[in-house]
Design a protein around this ligand. Sequence first.
Ligand code: IDP
Length: 161
Amino acid sequence: GRPYSAGIPGIQERTLVAVKPDGVQRRLIGDVIKRFERRGFKLVGMKLLKANEGILAEHYHELRRKPFYPALIHYMTSGPVVAMVWEGYNVVKTSRTMVGDTDSAEAKPGTIRGDFSIHISRNIVHASDSVETAQREINLWFHSSELVDWDCCDYCNTYQL
Ligand code: IDP
């Protein structure tokens, strides 16, 4: 049936978060998940996969003319990634804050990139940059049947209900 959360405005916003190949190799999957769980967001989709060039070409469509694009695709196909969909109030914006600046030197300590990365080309994690992008990226990486509607038992401790 329809989840309880569907009736609460704004709390069904979703974003795509991915642990990139360097994050997987460095055994940071659990650390990334832990931060989103602890913050209060709800996991509604997750899988480990080796991304092919087709999905990455769509995912990084806007960057296709950048000089670093070939290296980016090489990096992103170098090993498995963990793709996740997280749900909750303002999840797109809050996730970007948790992930930190694209440039590792600008990423604040306490952010994922600010804690675990020193170079822009190996920055551990992806998070969608707008609600529109998130919708596009979720549809690209997940089939709707792979996303799970469920209610957290403790919404009253996360939201003003
Ligand atoms: P974002 O991941 O913070 O949204 P974007 O500008 O969308 O940043 O870039 C996507 C990814 O491309 C970055 O996370 C990083 O992995 C890679 N990238 C961006 N700029 C550079 C660069 O100047 N050199 C190498 N890789 C880059």
